[in-house]
Design a protein around this ligand. Structure first.
Ligand code: NDP
Length: 295
């Protein structure tokens, strides 16, 4: 058996076209052009590529983007002042601080300083709290991307065994939360899963992952999910993006696992393009909220 490919790139393109229509409709109705402000500190090449991709994606759906490029030795205070300025700028609807930041900076303090209404990455404690209570203001981008690629690929999760490997604040934990809720942003069939979260202290990881009808890997270890860790017919979503001498690879051994799985996402071209797309989705939502909150 060879798995059906869940094509994240094509899914992202479809959603971007839908978003472009929505942005045009919003602007025609007199809404402000949604604007995303990106803060990039230092000269990490991967971060520069990510930010450039996000900016281009914004422009292609009719939004605008700002880039605030800061030197590696920028102080915490200077960044707090920049975030404060962006918080108060009525033309800016969404703010993102590209991670990772130089070690000398207090990342948590900076992320917490972003106004919750402009927190389009959904990292602010207020937004995380709303997600955990099942009434999200913004959906976390990568977890939302995972739900979209499954949903649009015809894979549901309600009542099924879903195993998430990885418990980071950005991917694993919020994703597990969304999957286990009674209702979700994509309806009850894309929620109500029986979710198991695995991490570096999980005993006999393979025994747990083999139980999964839907297996999601968000670990950051190249190709650690091997074919003998996957149940025949399972849907496998690979969130991992690892730079190796062989180029970009995921957390899943794609060539081996595709012979066992029912569905699988590739890397690249899987969850990555969807993460950026869901950021655009949140930026449009943020622009619409500005009008609501302005009365
Ligand atoms: P983190 O490093 O923050 O978290 C990794 C998680 O994996 C931790 O919970 C860790 O456990 C767990 N883990 C590490 N080693 C093992 C192991 N041997 N067995 C079981 N669990 C293990 O990573 P992120 O969640 O931020 O990112 C994960 C991957 O996803 C990375 O490759 C990253 O580049 C990629 N990524 C991709 C995105 C996309 O758009 N496609 C977006 C964000 C990330 P513990 O908590 O015990 O340390």
């Amino acid at each position: 058996m060879t798995a059906t490919i869940l094509d994240g790139k094509a899914t992202a393109e479809t959603i971007r076209q839908e978003l472009a229509v929505e942005v045009a409709r919003w602007r025609d109705a007199g809404g402000a052009i949604p604007c995303l402000a990106a803060v990039l500190v230092g000269d990490d090449p991967a971060s520069q590529v990510y930010v450039r991709n996000k900016q281009r994606a914004c422009e292609r759906v009719g939004m605008v983007s700002q880039l605030h490029r800061m030197a590696t030795d920028t102080t915490q205070q200077e960044l707090l002042e920049l975030i404060d300025r962006l918080n108060r700028d009525r033309d800016v609807h969404g703010i993102l601080v590209q991670l990772p930041l130089p070690r000398s900076l207090d990342e948590q303090q900076l992320l917490d300083a972003i106004h919750p209404l402009k927190d389009v990455d959904a990292f602010h404690p207020e937004n995380v709290g709303l997600i955990s209570q099942g009434r999200p203001r913004y959906l976390p981008c990568t977890p939302h991307g995972v739900l979209q690629v499954l949903h649009r690929g015809g894979v549901t999760v309600a009542g099924r065994e879903v195993v998430v490997v990885g418990r980071s604040e950005i991917v694993g934990k919020p994703l597990a939360m969304l999957l286990a809720q009674k209702n979700g942003p994509l309806g009850p069939e894309m929620a109500n899963a029986t979710v198991t979260i695995c991490h570096s202290r999980t005993k006999d990881l393979a025994a747990v992952t083999r139980r999964a009808e839907v297996l999601i890997a968000a670990v950051g270890v190249p190709q650690m999910i091997q074919a003998d860790m996957v149940a025949p017919g399972a849907a496998v979503v690979d969130v991992g993006i690892n730079r190796t001498d062989q180029g970009l690879v995921g957390d899943v051994d794609f060539d081996a696992v595709k012979e066992v799985a029912g569905h699988i996402t590739p890397v690249p071209g899987g969850v990555g393009p969807l993460t950026v797309t869901m950021l655009l989705h949140n930026t449009l939502t943020a622009a619409k909220r500005t009008r609501e909150t302005a009365g």
